[in-house]
Design a protein around this ligand. Structure first.
Ligand code: ADP
Ligand code: MG
Length: 873
């Protein structure tokens, strides 16, 4: 059966956008057909109908009204779909045959420009990644603000580091070139933490370098820090081109690109970011209970976004940190000034995104008014801060922009820029004249009303307006008899009649004509104006940054006073000393004053702290508080302590031996081992490591031996500052073995049947394990407790045996460090080719094992089995 021309047109367009949901404009609706309709009706809760049923074609169909399409697009995109918008690109009235249609915009999760549907406190990033054997390169863009950054990662553990970067940037969508996609997509998919990101396979640009140069109209990429950064250039060209294509060549707010040297910021890998709850609370999926939650009382969304960036990229430059501290200090001293500024910041809108809207041409009159108010408040802040280099803005330019808007735009413009009412009177002579005509016309129509009332003697005669008939005279039925001859009847209602007269129509035409011309002219004037403002994009971008920075700095001062923080002494040395430190988040979650303060000191004699204490005594809190204070110090914030001296820390690692596997689908044991491998491979002397109940994913004795081996390794080979927490008191023996380690314990008071947590940290190790005592506290039945004790005793015996058997070989589990291998192979092992029959069997079994598919218990049993084979038993 022959298809309608419309459906042929649809198919033709759809065939070019098979990977997208195509929204096809039909009159006042955007329609979706076939599978798109089925998907959309499911995802958006629309009714699925069908078209051409009578012709036996039965095409599934779902539609949304054009004026609310934005919210539907937002929903689809948030669910990870790619949406193509197909519009009518000629006036249906003048179209011959079928109206011409084209896809005008494509929206993906990483390229949303409709900021109404985005979280204002977060950026919306699109990231491009290219992974080769040589490097990992990445680049990301926020199309709503124009931010564009690139970076490269080298060396060991680069994939792991990449995961950290992804978590920091938190893109909504990731592009991978074909090769990287094919090789790594499975790897990415393994990580639950990435499950909400849309991965898109894309084609790589051959001439990335010249593509970027052409786009930015520069002769060299050197000024962006991209000299010799082959990978970063490729990744950048890849994301930029993607955005450009989706926007179908429209102008973008992206005006420059900057290379981020990840070496200049503290490394926080994905596990650490999550364990420390810095910005997101991954269990609750929001920011409650995070460091951000405590610190963010910013007044603007630009400030909140910048603070997030600060938190994810702690500085490694003492001078820069000190500069921020000084700025914060200034507003701690000048309380009144700070309060005044924060009051003004409150009325500064999202300049960054307004500018983005101007450039993407999605702005309206209200955005300009918001911009005007923001400039006004910025200028007032400038006045308050006169002379302070903290807020250097070009006031002359800003006043100019202010005046442009002030002169042209009414104070309360309507939402739409196509229906007039946006431009002030007195701004444009032609417009004023049109308004005059329109007003005269309306006045004249009122005159007609009076005239006709007198002429006919009908007191209730009214002139009304509607879209169908334009202006008309309405007379109630009772008065019908009084209607003169020359009235032309247009419509009869239940109790009234509607008429027109000749001169009414004449003036109507004038009014309507003027109205149409006003709309067109206003739109034109508005666009002229925004084009003018766009020229100042750099000044506005600078203003946006200055406001954001000022907001964060005054926020830091405000928070420091509110929460009694102190300015930490930050230096290049290796020592850390925190006196009466508190956990910034926990102290907020418990009654005021109940948090027990604790000290910590690391110096050249003490690198490793072995911390024992029962479950729930406060070990994790103490370690995390140390990490959080270190991070706060590195972003220029004050810290919750009475005194703090913080030597720069290049990386923070955390290994929390919880039984969950939040981050990946791997078994806990495998996860633990790969994370530990990452730590020992990446940590340096300047790093800070938290090992919290490591080895918990395995059985007690195994856990203890792994933990011991790791601690020894860190002590001997790395020298990183480490806190090692455990409720197994057995580990306190390490103090004697390791010169720079020291035992601490969390004090508890014990009487007949209970433990009282004092939460105070004192020197010395615990003398027994408390796990079971705590179980008693929790009200477990006596039989279970007895049984636990028996098991513990057996485990402890087994542990000794295992320790003897395994010795240093444990290290092989997580390090492929050559020297280590040598050390470990004290026992004579036969050379390859001289394997015994048992050894060969073991090799084969090993080869068949898929470790990630084993539970820790199965793995242990397997190990046991292998050992048995080797021993020939
Ligand atoms: P552990 O790691 O030893 O099992 P946690 O660090 O998880 O114990 O602490 C358990 C709870 O004890 C915390 O959630 C907190 O409510 C409380 N707590 C911990 N440290 C302190 C402290 N210094 N002052 C007050 N309460 C604390
Ligand atoms: Mg704990």
């Amino acid at each position: 059966m022959a298809e309608t021309p419309l459906m042929s047109q649809y198919r033709e367009i759809k065939s070019q956008y098979t990977d997208s949901i195509l929204l096809f404009r039909l009159g006042d609706f955007y329609e979706m057909f076939f599978d798109d309709a089925v998907t959309a009706s499911k995802e958006l809760g629309l009714t699925l109908t069908s078209r051409n049923r009578e012709k036996d074609l039965d095409i599934p169909l779902a539609g949304v009204p054009y004026h609310s399409v934005a919210s539907y697009i937002a929903k689809l995109v948030a669910k990870g779909y790619k949406v193509a918008i197909c519009d009518q690109v000629e006036d249906p009235k003048s179209a011959k045959g079928i109206v011409k249609r084209e896809v005008t915009r494509i929206i993906t999760p990483g390229t949303v420009i409709d900021t109404d549907f985005l979280d204002e406190k977060s950026n919306n990033y699109l990231m491009g990644i290219k992974i080769t054997d040589e490097y990992v390169a990445l680049a990301y863009i926020d199309i709503t603000t124009g931010e564009f950054k690139a970076s490269e990662i080298y060396g060991k553990e680069s994939f792991f580091k990449l995961l950290g970067e992804i978590n920091k940037v938190a893109p909504k969508e990731i592009l991978l070139d074909e090769a990287s996609y094919d090789r790594y997509i499975e790897e990415f998919k393994k990580h639950n933490s990435l499950s909400e990101i849309k991965f898109t396979k894309t084609v790589e640009r051959k001439k990335a370098d010249s593509y970027l140069k052409d786009y930015f109209k520069v002769i060299s990429l050197e000024s962006y820090g991209l000299k010799d950064k082959k990978g970063a250039i490729k990744a950048s060209a890849m994301v930029l081109e993607y955005v450009v294509e989706l926007q179908k060549g429209k102008e973008l707010p992206i005006t420059s690109l900057s290379y981020i040297n990840s070496e200049k910021v503290m490394e926080l890998n994905i596990t650490t970011q999550r364990n420390l709850d810095i910005v997101d609370n991954y269990r609750e999926r929001n920011s409650a209970g995070t460091l951000l939650w405590v610190l963010d009382e910013c007044m603007t969304s630009m400030g909140s976004r910048l603070l997030k960036k600060f938190l994810k990229n702690p500085l490694l430059d003492v001078e820069k940190i000190k500069k921020r501290q000084e700025d914060v200090g200034y507003f701690i001293e000048n309380v009144l000034l700070r309060e005044e500024i924060r009051e003004k910041l409150k009325d500064i809108y999202d300049i960054e995104r307004i500018l983005g809207k101007l450039i993407l041409e999605t702005e309206n009159g209200r955005d300009l008014i918001a911009l005007k108010k923001s400039i006004k408040n910025s200028l007032e802040i400038y006045k308050l801060l006169k002379g302070n280099s903290l807020f250097e803005i070009d006031i002359k330019v800003l006043v100019e922009i202010y005046n442009i808007i002030e002169k042209a735009i009414v104070d309360e413009p309507p939402f739409s820029i196509r229906e007039g009412g946006v431009i002030r009177s007195g701004y444009n002579a032609d417009l004023d004249e049109l308004h005059g005509i329109s007003k005269d016309g309306k006045d004249y129509i009122l005159e007609i009303e009076n005239r006709e009332r007198e002429r006919t003697g009908i007191k209730g005669l009214k002139i009304k307006y509607n879209k169908v008939f334009g202006y008309f005279i309405e007379v109630t039925k009772v008065n019908s008899a009084l209607v003169p001859e020359d009235y032309i009847r247009k419509q009869t209602l239940a109790n009234a009649e509607r008429y027109i007269v000749a001169d009414l129509k004449e003036y109507e035409e004038k009014v309507l004509n003027a109205k149409e011309r006003i709309e067109t002219l206003e739109y034109h004037l508005f666009k002229e104006l925004t084009a003018e403002i766009k020229k100042y994009r750099e000044d506005l971008q600078n203003l946006a940054y200055k406001v954001a920075y000022l907001d964060v700095i005054t926020d830091f001062s405000h928070i420091a006073i509110k929460n009694s923080y102190v300015r930490p002494d930050v230096d290049d040395g290796g020592d850390i000393e925190i006196i009466a430190g508190r956990h910034p988040v926990i102290e907020k979650l418990i009654p005021v004053g109940e948090f027990v303060k604790n000290n910590i000191v690391f110096d050249d004699k003490r690198e490793i702290i072995i911390l024992t204490g029962p479950n729930m005594s406060g070990k994790s809190t103490y370690m995390k508080q140390t990490a959080l204070i270190i991070i706060m110090a590195h972003i220029g914030s004050y810290v919750p302590a009475n005194y703090a001296k913080i030597g720069l820390v290049d990386k923070i690692f955390t290994r929390v031996g919880a039984s969950d596997d939040l981050l990946t689908g791997q078994s806990t044991f495998m996860l633990e081992m790969s994370e530990v491998a990452n730590i020992v491979n990446s940590a340096t002397k300047k790093s800070f490591i938290i090992l919290d109940e490591i080895g918990r994913g395995t059985s007690t004795f195994d856990g203890i031996s792994i933990a011991t081996a790791i601690t020894e390794y860190i002590h001997e080979k790395i020298g990183a500052k480490t806190i090692f927490a455990t409720h197994y008191h057995e580990l306190t023996q390490l103090e004697d073995k390791l010169e720079k380690s020291e035992n601490f314990r969390i004090e508890v008071k014990e009487d007949e049947n209970e433990i009282i947590f004092l939460r105070e940290i004192v020197k010395g190790g615990a003398d027994k394990s408390y796990g079971i005592e705590v179980a008693r506290l929790a009200g477990l039945p006596k039989e279970i407790l007895e049984r636990s004790k028996a098991i513990l005793k057996r485990l402890e015996e087994r542990k000794e045996i295992v320790e003897k058997n395994l010795g240093g070989e444990q290290l092989l589990l997580f390090g492929n460090i050559a020297s280590q291998n040598k050390e470990c192979s004290k026992k004579e092992t036969p050379k390859i080719g001289e394997l015994t029959k048992e050894q060969k069997i073991v090799m084969r079994v090993l080869d068949e094992i898929e470790p990630e598919k084993l539970t820790p218990l199965e793995a242990l049993l397997k190990l046991n089995e292998l050992k048995k084979i080797l021993n020939g038993s």
